[in-house]
Design a protein around this ligand. Structure first.
Ligand code: SF4
Length: 345
């Protein structure tokens, strides 16, 4: 079917109500930037899910980063998104103003060069992310071992998707289909989402990232039945995924229960370094407190699709990208940020 016909179908759709969750933060960004919600009939609603790694990270993790950044002779190295997210009280940016040592990088591998250039200083990487980023952290551990680098550790908050999707599906109660996380699918493979579709009896589509690809995927989700799944991102997503990346990951990390913002501890939904690599861990375990900087922030409900960002009483008034009250307004993958900047209301 050509895209013009698909657009016409989606705009005039009058079938059963569809509530489709886009799990991936990058999908959220593309959907908002392309104005896709305005191209759909009122009977098709897109809601954002738990696919922004910074947004699902609990306050205790940020507080631990702050503690490390304020430790003498220690530098916290992080992606830019993380520095403006507040923990219980402060963000890494606030801590920098108090003398904390924080460095932002584009690639986690930059920490290797930083550590080699200053062997008298300790460096800690804020290793947040999903199945997509986690193999990179495994490669860093391998480099540290091979190059005998002793002054780098990771503070990990690595999450895995399947159990979080199950939790969101059970909690939300209205979801009729999922746009599966595209980048995660490259590593895990399509079969993981086919399996989930069967278990949850709800359809999944693995989608690419262009506006057209997303429209075609939404179209597919209005047609598929519970238990069915489709891989529409076959240019990079295979049935079994990236076996080498999965192998590397499981060499250094093991599955564990993990805390998710607003969802509590979800069994088998995260990864931590195995005990034999514990010397590279900067204290990642038992960081579970989820108390928010602003108790009126509804990030927890936004992440699970219970509330649209604009239904949060702070949205656009107290909370803006310039003055974010929660992680969802900070991150370039956050639902509140994209609803605000793209006026997705
Ligand atoms: Fe939290 Fe701001 Fe989003 Fe409200 S608009 S849920 S305060 S990040």
């Amino acid at each position: 079917m050509d895209i013009a016909t698909v657009k016409e179908y989606l705009k005039s759709y009058d079938g059963p109500q569809c509530t489709i969750m886009e799990v991936c933060g990058t999908h959220t960004a593309t959907i908002s930037q392309n104005g896709i919600p305005d191209m759909l009939s009122d009977k098709i609603r897109l809601i954002s899910g738990p696919g922004c790694p910074v947004c699902v990270t609990v306050a205790a993790y940020i507080d631990r980063l702050l503690e490390l950044a304020l430790t003498q002779n220690t530098t916290v190295v992080t992606f830019g998104d993380m520095i403006r997210v507040r923990g219980t009280k402060l963000s890494l940016s606030d801590a920098s103003a108090m003398g904390a040592s924080v460095k932002t990088v584009y690639s986690p591998f930059e920490i290797i060069e930083l550590a080699k250039a200053d062997t008298g200083r300790n460096f800690v990487f804020a290793a947040v992310g999903f199945e997509t980023t986690a193999p990179v952290y495994a490669l860093i551990i391998e480099r540290l071992i091979n190059d005998n680098i002793k002054n780098v550790k990771l503070l990990t908050a690595i999450k895995t998707m399947p159990e979080a999707i199950r939790t969101v599906f059970a909690k939300n109660g209205k979801i009729t289909g999922f746009l599966a996380p595209g980048h995660v699918s490259i590593i895990t493979g399509y079969e993981l989402f086919l399996d989930l579709a069967k278990k949850l009896q709800v359809p999944f589509v693995v989608s690419g990232f262009s506006g057209e690809e997303l429209l075609l995927s939404v179209y597919a989700l209005t047609k598929l039945k519970g238990g069915q799944a489709l891989n529409m991102y076959t240019s990079v997503v295979t049935t079994e995924g990236n076996e080498r990346a999965k192998e590397k990951l499981l060499k250094y990390f093991k599955i564990t229960d993990a805390p998710w913002r607003g969802m509590g501890i979800i069994k088998n939904s995260g990864m931590v370094l195995k005990e034999e690599y514990g010397e590279f861990d900067a204290g990642s375990q038992n960081l579970i407190s989820d108390s928010m900087y602003n108790s009126a922030c509804k990030c927890a409900d936004v992440i699970s699709g219970m509330l649209s960002p604009c239904e949060c009483p702070l949205f656009g008034g107290v909370c803006t990208p310039e003055n974010p009250q929660g992680a969802c307004m900070v991150s370039a993958k956050g639902a509140c940020f994209h609803h605000y900047v793209n006026k997705r209301l």
